[in-house]
Design a protein. Structure first.
Ligand code: FES
Length: 65
């Protein structure tokens, strides 16, 4: 898969999201994973416009895409 920027404000890429999730394999929910990814990458702390794209990416990673 090609890397791409998901959050322009904080320059967070798809790979950054994957990496932030790698240490924690067992997230109960996408929301829980989002909190962890946000804590590590600061994604979605600017305009917030990427929020749903981040959730989509997290959900893809959780499902192994
Ligand atoms: S694009 Fe992610 S906070 Fe603005």
């Amino acid at each position: 898969m090609e890397n791409y920027t998901i959050c322009n404000c904080m320059q967070v890429t798809r790979f950054d999201v994957e990496e932030a999730m790698h240490d924690h394999d067992n997230f109960g929910s996408v929301e829980e994973a989002f909190k962890e990814v946000q804590a590590q990458t600061q994604c979605s702390t600017g305009c917030g416009g990427c929020y749903s794209k981040i959730l989509d990416a997290i959900s893809d990673v959780m499902h192994g895409y």
